[in-house]
Design a protein around this ligand. Structure first.
Ligand code: GLU
Length: 300
């Protein structure tokens, strides 16, 4: 682990290069950068490009260009997650060795069918904080021989965290419930000590079928490895912190503090999406707006 012995705060902006940056990204990046500056801390940029199917090199270039235009400075070298799959795999192996994850061969269709067969209507089936239906547990606790047979058949599989077991183990290690320190980003933002509720995600996928990691595992690994002390990011990722904290405890990684900020919305009050063209930084720049205009638009 890379230890930052300087005692300075370490902040980061960690975009996924699967689209062009928009005002929401600008707010998040400036929020981290301004906070780092105010605290006399370090500012890192991390490219979260594990989803090799959706990430594109031109978007990575776009990130560098747009952030530099905004006046943001970051340390080199920039960490790119796609170059570190082996490191995430080491952590996954550790979880496997301790029986905290299990292989899941389920296709989306099988999951839908299992929910349908439960007799509970889909709208009444519990979903996780991201809106995905909770995993119905097929392939959980199946005999070793069946797992071997499915692997022999060449069926692809993801690794899921056995949440009940993981939670019990994390509480045992921690000597009690696992919490995190939320600093809140504004007068309105909730600050305080929060107890995690990772069971809201059920047996969450920790490594996907197509890549040996997931957002949750990679972000947890990297924040620790890069010595991030204060994680700033959008409020939409607040519940994801439950998973990151449980992984930190299970893997013996340090605990950063968190500051989840509000989200920039369009005029209709919707969250900005990749298709929010008029909010794209390149479009705004081409239309003659300055970095100072962007700051005004996001209220910074
Ligand atoms: N890469 C994630 C995203 O673009 C953000 C990760 C984080 O800040 O924890 O949504």
């Amino acid at each position: 682990m890379q230890d930052d012995t300087s005692g300075r705060e370490v902040l980061r902006f960690a975009p996924s290069p699967n689209g062009w940056l928009h005002l929401g990204h600008a707010y998040s990046a400036l929020f981290a950068f301004d906070t780092a500056k105010r605290l006399g801390g370090r500012m890192l940029l991390r490219i979260e490009d594990i989803d090799i199917g959706r990430c594109r090199e031109e978007y990575v270039e776009g990130i560098y260009e747009d952030l530099a235009w905004l006046g943001i400075e970051w340390e080199e070298p920039v960490r790119r997650q796609s170059e570190h799959f082996a490191e995430y795999e080491t952590l996954l192996r550790e979880l496997r060795g301790r029986g905290l994850v299990y292989p899941c061969f389920a296709t989306r269709k099988e999951i839908q069918d299992a929910i349908a067969a439960s007799g509970i209507p889909l709208h009444a089936w519990p979903s996780d904080p991201d809106g995905a239906p909770l995993y119905p547990g097929i392939y959980k606790g199946i005999p070793r021989e069946r797992i071997n047979a499915l692997m022999w058949e060449g069926r692809s599989y993801a690794w899921r965290l056995d949440m009940e077991k993981a939670r019990a183990e994390a509480e045992r290690i921690n000597g009690g419930p696992v919490t995190f320190r939320e600093e809140g980003s504004s007068a309105k933002g909730a600050a305080g000590l929060f107890e995690i509720q990772p069971e809201l995600f059920g047996d969450v996928v920790i490594a996907r079928k197509d890549i040996p990691t997931s957002y949750h595992l990679a972000v947890t690994a990297d924040d620790a490895l890069q010595g991030v002390t204060l994680v700033t990011r959008g409020q939409d990722l607040f519940p994801a912190t439950y998973i990151h904290r449980i992984l930190q405890v299970l893997l013996g990684l340090p605990e950063p503090r968190y500051r989840h900020h509000g989200l920039i919305r369009d005029e209709a009050g919707r969250r900005l999406s990749k298709s929010a063209r008029d909010m794209g930084l390149r479009e705004l720049r081409a239309a003659g707006h300055s970095p100072a205009d962007i700051r005004r638009m996001v209220g910074l």
